[in-house]
Design a protein around this ligand. Sequence first.
Ligand SMILES: [Zn+2]
Length: 338
Amino acid sequence: MDVDPDHREPSNGPKPHDFLWFPDGNVVLSTDTFLFKVHKSLLAVHSSVFRDMFELPNVGHGSSNPEGSGGSDFGSASELYEGVPMVTLAGDKGEDVVHLLRAVFERDYYHRDDDNTSLEVIVALVVLSTKYDFNAVRKDVILHISRQYPMCLHEYEALDDDEAPLFGKTRANCHFPLLVAAVTADADVLLPCLFFACSDYAIDYTFHKAQSLPRKALQTLIQGRDSWNLEVNIYVCSIPERLQQLSVEGGCQLVRSCLEDARFLDLHGHIQPNFRDFTGKNITKSCLRFDMVCSTCHSFAERKINEERRRIWDALPSYFKFPEWSVLRAQLRAIVES
Ligand SMILES: [Zn+2]
């Protein structure tokens, strides 16, 4: 194996990063591609995991035992790099750690209001800020994602456009990577909306995009998707009967409400609808003929379908086995205030 004469590391090993290499740093973080020479005290201020790690007697202090303690997620940490204690960040990609450290140390690197931030940065920040408990970064990035996948129906549908730009890609290309990241980071406040966003696709596409999703989360996705579709389909099939039952409330000026005898055409076209298309306006427009139903009854039918759509949305977390929205909103507030 070739060895770089200036360094103890093999030439094909991780290299010192160009600027995350502070000459007076007192710990070296090692990843697959980069080495970072930084300050223990600064890491400890921002991250409880690093704080606890550096309090261990054999971590980040250097040791005559090059084998280290082992067994930890962030690796054995008793080696020296050019006389400085070195901590191996096992399993982390160097580029991802660059994003995390720059978000922590560079004021302008990441803003939680900037939707042009790349998806790669967002994913790295949510996963690594959770793994190492960089609380301020985690709070910012979770808030950032939650603004794009809001729990409020009106806010969600205002953003629900697969082709809209988000994080340097289209929204459609963000759903699955963000779901995987949020699952990895146990970010429950994000999960119902992300599971839901990933539920709107054909099953082969879903399996293709969900390859890196843990099996249990994939099961949650498929079961939730089925529950949601079943609920919507049952409702769509029952629309004529339900509106007939409600017809006396519709305000029709005729002696016998139009909805008593209304015929719905091609309702099957709304079985397993895209959520964006599952609206009172779309269903009445395509299925309820204007020449058979007065405008008052038409508006009433549209309103009743939208009310049911909201009821189904309100139950959305339960399809994916999460607590109701009010609980999740309280959890999000707790993160904001932490
Ligand atoms: Zn009428």
